[in-house]
Structure formats: structure tokens, C-alpha cells
Write a protein that binds this ligand. Structure first.
Ligand SMILES: [Ca+2]
Length: 407
């Protein structure tokens, strides 16, 4: 009650909805903020800084919602790649390579990490800084910290975030990030920031929020400190010989590249394997009939950034595309062949059937996915909400047959 009263006295915009659940939620939040102050003080955070950081804060309902939400489905690698390595990301990435040519050259010299990989991480994380997340990091992290399944993570990151504020690298109002507290151009969580962020520009501030050069150098430092090998590729798309034993795939079955060569693997682009004494493992994201990849140490480094194969594969593939290598990725279901014009066509056809898909922009967001799922249900197809070529074909044939719109 007291906390709720304090909350209202704190000048929060508008009274909270009069539900008991929300009131007790906010009371619990304010109890947490009060208790955590002691923890922060013990860790060297001045009380004045703490009070300023929490002034007027309430738990962020969207963070609670995102934290509670179970992933509806997991994107299979083929879909993920198609949505990640887009024409826009390639075009914008090449523009950034040219815009930051000199700085990237210096970052490469200092850290030994390939500029194309750095720009690819930047593109994957925030679309080159255009989607950095605009949430108050202290609010997001304290919302995660006070209850729910990420409260340990939230507490640890919240403390780190307060320490960053104490250093003066960033001001409170500029410390923004994603709902999970990932910050800046290349999305560092506070503890990663503390461990790896660098001041590339030499102005005394490690500014990953507004200085892309600091963010790129910080990412290079992160990768190098996570065992990046200078001058080595992340891996290669490969072609398996006929009758190859797919049981040899998997990260536990690492061997020298030349041993894979002897087993009959060759590169998809027919070039020779460099550094053939390095170790690599075989990855088959869509089974034995899909594309195959030999993954090296630098792939593992990228996975330290985000521990998902498909993420690191998208970074590696995007990096290859940025330097003009046209890797051919063919997937059994042909999904990756759905390019932007087809995605827009798919959206137009769904809209014509009465679905609310938002804007026809070629971006498969929540509304388009929901529409695809509904359509799949009606068509008695597996319901996964993905822009398959098969779905586009069905929509086209429905459209030409004049199938009535949905009610
Ligand atoms: Ca700086």
C-alpha cells in the first residue's frame, strides 16, 4: 500500500488500472527497488545515483509480457536465413563497409577480426543501428529482476548497468536497449559491456550507443577475446559425396579439414580449403538432403555472441555476401528462395483475402505470420506461420480460381 502510494506521489503518468493484480505487482516492484538499493550500495553504487535511476519508474508491462511468453515456434534455419540475409541487409551492409572503410581497417589491424563479420553482426543485431531498442535499460532490467524466470539474470545485469552509469560512459537518459537489456549498435548486455567494450575513438567514453566505431571495435574485441583466429574463415558450405554417413555431423565430431577432404567433402564453390590442418565440424541444419557446412573455430566465436547455429550461420553467410561471395544455399523446401518481391506478393494476396497484415512491406511480422497460420489451418497444411513457397502457390491458385474471401 505504501509503495503504491509512493508510486502515485512519484508523478507517474496516469493512475494504474484499478485491478488488484496490477496494484500488488507494483507494490512488489517497489519493495524490490527498495531492497535492491542496499545491494547496490554494498556494490559501490552511490545512493543518489540509485535514486535518480529509479525515480518514477514502474515495471514495464511489455517486458513482463515478453519475458513470460513462450516461443510459439522456433524458426527452422531455412526460414531464419531467408528472413535474416535479405537484399536490404546486404545493400546497407555494403554501404556501411564503404562509409566506415578507414575505421574498419584500423579495427581489423588492432583486433584481427574480419570487417565483413563485424558489419554482419551489426546488421543482424540492429540493422546497422536503426533498431537499437529504445527502452530504459534500468526499467527493463529491474522488471526482469523483481519477478519471473529471468530474475537472477536481471539482478546481475541491473547491478552491472548501475556500475556503467557510475563510470559516466553513458548518461541515464541515453542508456537505452532491448527488452532484455541488450544495448547499442551491436547489442551488448551490461556484463558484456563491462568485460569487452572499448573506446575506439579515444574520447574517453566507451559509447556503443551513439558511436558505431566504438560498437564495432567492442564487437571485434569480444570476438578476439572469445578465441577468434585472425585470417581464418568462419567455415564453408560444402558438398557431401554420395553415400556419405550423415552420422558424422555434429560439433562433438571435430576433425582436421584435410580429413574431411579425404572423406570426399568439397567446397560448394569448388575452391580449395585453406588452412586444412585446422579443425572443423560438419553441420547439417536440414538433415542429410539439405545444405552442409564445415564450421571452424571462428564460427564458435560468433556463437559466443549468440549461442544459436542459425544466428552464426546467418552472420557468416551475410559476411560472405557482403564481400561479394555468392554462396548458393539450397534448402529442401525451397523456402529461402522467397525473396522480397514474393514476400510482398504473399502479403498482397493475404490482404486481398481480408487478412489484416499491416503494411505490404515484405517484412514477415506478427500480423503476416498470424494470417499465414490461419490460412494454413484452413488449407489443412502444417501450421507454422512461415512464408513458404508452397503457401504462395496456394494463394495464387486460390486467387486465380476466385475463391471467396474469408469472412
Ligand atoms: Ca568513444
Amino acid at each position: 500500500m505504501l509503495a503504491a502510494a509512493l508510486l502515485l506521489a512519484g508523478g507517474v503518468a496516469g493512475p494504474p488500472p484499478a485491478t488488484q493484480a496490477l496494484t500488488s505487482d507494483q507494490a512488489a516492484y517497489h519493495r524490490f527497488v527498495k531492497d535492491f538499493r542496499t545491494v547496490a550500495r554494498r556494490n559501490g553504487i552511490p545512493g543518489t545515483l540509485y535514486d535518480r535511476a529509479f525515480r518514477g519508474l514502474t515495471p514495464d508491462p511489455e517486458v513482463i509480457e515478453r519475458n513470460d511468453r513462450q516461443p510459439e515456434f522456433v524458426l527452422p534455419p531455412s526460414h531464419y536465413m531467408a528472413l535474416a540475409v535479405t537484399d536490404t541487409r546486404i545493400r546497407e551492409g555494403r554501404r556501411k563497409l564503404s562509409e566506415y572503410r578507414a575505421d574498419l581497417g584500423e579495427i581489423e589491424r588492432r583486433y584481427g577480426v574480419d570487417r565483413h563479420v563485424l558489419v554482419a553482426v551489426w546488421g543482424m543485431e540492429t540493422l546497422y543501428g536503426t533498431l537499437p531498442g529504445k527502452r530504459n535499460v534500468i526499467r527493463s532490467l529491474s522488471t526482469l529482476a523483481y519477478k519471473g524466470r529471468r530474475s537472477r539474470f536481471g539482478r546481475k545485469q541491473l547491478l552491472a548497468a548501475l556500475k556503467i552509469l557510475k563510470t559516466g560512459d553513458i548518461t541515464l537518459d541515453r542508456m537505452t536497449g532491448s527488452w532484455a537489456g541488450a544495448m547499442g549498435h551491436t547489442q551488448f548486455i551490461p556484463t558484456s559491456y563491462q568485460a569487452y567494450a572499448v573506446d575506439f575513438t579515444g574520447d574517453g567514453r566507451r559509447d556503443i550507443w551513439d558511436t558505431p566505431q566504438d560498437a564495432l571495435a567492442s564487437t571485434a574485441n569480444y570476438l578476439r577475446r572469445n578465441r577468434w583466429l585472425s585470417g581464418r574463415p568462419w567455415g564453408h558450405q560444402v558438398v557431401l559425396p554420395k553415400g556419405f554417413n550423415a552420422g558424422l555431423a555434429g560439433s562433438k565430431n571435430e576433425r582436421e579439414v584435410r580429413q574431411w577432404e579425404r572423406a570426399g567433402l568439397r567446397r560448394a564453390d569448388n575452391r580449395a580449403f585453406p588452412h586444412s590442418r585446422d579443425r572443423a565440424y560438419l553441420y547439417l541444419p536440414a538433415g542429410a538432403r539439405g545444405p552442409a557446412f564445415l564450421l571452424r573455430q571462428n564460427f564458435r566465436s560468433i556463437m559466443r555472441y549468440n549461442p544459436a547455429h542459425k544466428y552464426a550461420l546467418a552472420v557468416g553467410h551475410l559476411a560472405d555476401r557482403l564481400q561479394g561471395r555468392e554462396t548458393v544455399l539450397s534448402w529442401p523446401d525451397g523456402v529461402s528462395s522467397i525473396a522480397e518481391p514474393e514476400r510482398k506478393e504473399l502479403q498482397r494476396l493475404l490482404a486481398a483475402r481480408g487478412y489484416d497484415i499491416g503494411e505490404v512491406d515484405g517484412i514477415i511480422g506478427p500480423k503476416t505470420r498470424a494470417a499465414i497460420r490461419d490460412y494454413q489451418k484452413k488449407k489443412r497444411r502444417p501450421v507454422d506461420g512461415f512464408p513458404r513457397l508452397e503457401i504462395l502457390r496456394l494463394l495464387r491458385s486460390d486467387a486465380s480460381a476466385g475463391v471467396p474471401r474469408r469472412e
